[in-house]
Write a protein that binds this ligand. Structure first.
Ligand code: NAI
Length: 246
């Protein structure tokens, strides 16, 4: 019960990693605002106990909606303790095939600006409460390694790492920690696009364990990072990547 009576907001909650994080927070005694784009996707939480979990439709690219999501947590549960900026989208196109007017912003708006919005809205709420808090951002191993076809994704995740460092520095005087987690290849709908490309077995064999990381394994690390057990971890990106980048 490492998160007993703590209230967490989780974006991208209906996705593979998000759902696993939500389940783990509840198992640790916490309460959750599970936030994702559509009310329809959030139906996966219909059977969850409403005194511990509420859902919220949010587009993280819109600051006003992110602010409303944070206020919803306070209205529902009295206080905010944890913000997990996990919503993200992928990109797959050779750089010179990009439409520079249309291909950069969508990925940047979700992966970079969405995290920025969560940091600002969450940080302001912690300051208003006068309480300590934790912000956890979902980065990627691709924040630090180059790869073909994923230019906008890698750049957006590199920004997540730097936002994590800078925000940790500015928010530390308030008692707020800011960390990031960098998964490698996790078996979620986002990764399953490789199945359609016929590359699933090929990339599985590239894994050190010959298997993909499970969403629940990412959730284990995420919960550790937002718990008091990780009080001395701040401003850094923790790799939970099955050694993918080595
Ligand atoms: P997923 O596709 O299963 O879940 C992502 C969720 O984000 C979806 O439910 C989607 O509706 C939501 N979302 C997208 N745009 C949104 C927006 N504008 N506002 C609110 N929600 C939005 O993907 P997965 O794998 O669970 O990804 C979660 C995070 O983990 C992402 O940030 C991703 O970049 C990161 N990641 C995933 C890896 C993997 O191998 N699956 C590896 C490294 C990082």
């Amino acid at each position: 019960m490492r998160l007993l009576n703590k209230t967490a907001v989780v974006t991208g909650a209906a996705g593979g990693i998000g759902q696993a994080i939500v389940r783990k927070i509840l198992a640790e005694g916490g309460r959750v605002v599970a936030a994702d784009l559509s009310a329809d996707s959030l139906k996966v939480f219909n059977d969850f106990p409403t005194d511990k979990l509420v859902t919220f439709s949010v587009d993280v690219t819109d600051y006003k909606q992110v602010e409303a999501m944070v206020l919803h947590a306070v209205t529902q549960f009295g206080q905010l303790d944890i913000v997990i900026n996990n919503a993200g989208i992928g990109s797959a196109k050779p750089l010179l095939e990009h439409d520079p007017l249309g291909d950069f912003d969508p990925v940047t708006n979700v992966n970079q600006k969405g995290v920025y919005h969560g940091i600002v809205a969450g940080g302001r709420q912690f300051r208003a409460q006068g309480t300590k808090g934790v912000i956890l951002n979902t980065s990627s191993v691709y924040a630090t390694i180059a790869s073909e076809m994923t230019f906008t994704y890698n750049v957006s995740k590199a920004a997540v790492d730097m936002m994590t460092k800078c925000a940790a520095l500015e928010l530390a005087p308030l008692g707020v920690r800011v960390c990031a987690i960098a998964p490698g290849r996790v078996d979620t709908p986002m990764l399953r696009q490789y199945e359609a490309l016929g590359l699933w077995e090929h990339i599985r064999k590239e894994q050190m364990r010959q298997k993909f990381t499970l969403p629940s394994e990412i959730a284990d690390v995420a919960v550790f990072l937002v718990s008091d057990e990780a009080n001395c971890i701040n401003g850094c990106t923790v790799h939970a990547s099955d050694g993918f980048e080595n």
